[in-house]
Design a binder for this molecule. Structure first.
Ligand code: DC
Length: 221
């Protein structure tokens, strides 16, 4: 059976995951957050002190990553342990950004990502989904927003938490990750030629969900 594959790529903090999750829920599709897979490997690298590219490349065969979908929510399993709740810290974000530049790490996750897409109707979000993982996706979307807008959204989420970074720190972190993601040699973040650009800088959450749902209906109906 041919499955429906929608690719959503874009920079950190553009809202890809929350938007993909909402759209997938409306359509009855599975939402696959590939960033969480890189985050799980980033966590492994921190725990096992193998943050240097050659160290993680050497150990990558030991790193078993699986996804489970429970009630529409993705859980990430790292070597048998559900690590979903431990992969959102700034430390893991930075480590994920580093390990994701290592070719052996990307190759390790590629087959799993392709397999999930071949077996399910999915919305898969990441950086290289339209360009590398699913070049024949039914629809490709590049979802972005200005770095300042992404930083202020992230800052609002963090503001009430203890040890909240300043707005400038959040903005610097986003710029650093953009730079890592866009300038790495392998599978850099870029808009696929046939992707539809959605700039959410001046759009509300529901507006973006509606826009993307409409684009999908247009394509599939
Ligand atoms: O989307 P995110 O912030 O959870 O992603 C975490 C890191 O993983 C980010 O620095 C970019 C990287 N990533 C990637 O290289 N390719 C993907 N398909 C998804 C994420």
């Amino acid at each position: 059976m041919k499955t429906v594959n929608i690719a959503i790529d874009g920079p950190s903090g553009a809202g890809k995951s929350s938007i993909s999750k909402a759209v997938a829920g409306d359509l009855g599709f599975i939402h696959v957050d590939t960033g969480a897979m890189y985050r799980a490997i980033g966590l492994f690298a921190i725990r096992n002190q193998c943050l240097e590219p050659e160290q993680i490349a050497e150990k990558i065969r030991e790193v078993q990553v699986e996804l489970k979908f429970i009630g529409g929510s993705q859980r990430v399993i790292l070597c048998g342990e559900d690590v979903t709740d431990y992969i959102r810290s700034p430390e893991v974000s930075m480590s994920a950004s580093k390990v994701s530049a290592v070719p052996e790490v990307r190759a390790h996750l590629l087959d799993l990502q392709k397999k999930i897409a071949s077996e399910n109707n999915i919305i898969m979000d990441g950086r290289d989904i339209g360009s590398v993982v699913l070049p024949h996706a039914d629809l490709k979307i590049f979802l972005t927003a200005s770095a300042e807008e992404r930083a202020s959204r992230r800052y609002l989420e963090l503001k009430e938490k203890p040890d909240c970074p300043t707005y400038e720190e959040v903005l610097n972190d986003i710029r650093k990750r953009d730079d890592n993601d866009m300038h790495r040699e392998i599978a850099p973040l870029k808009q696929a030629e046939d992707a539809v650009l959605v700039d959410s800088s001046k759009m509300g959450f529901n507006e973006v969900v509606e826009k993307i749902t409409a684009l999908i209906h247009e394509k599939l109906d």
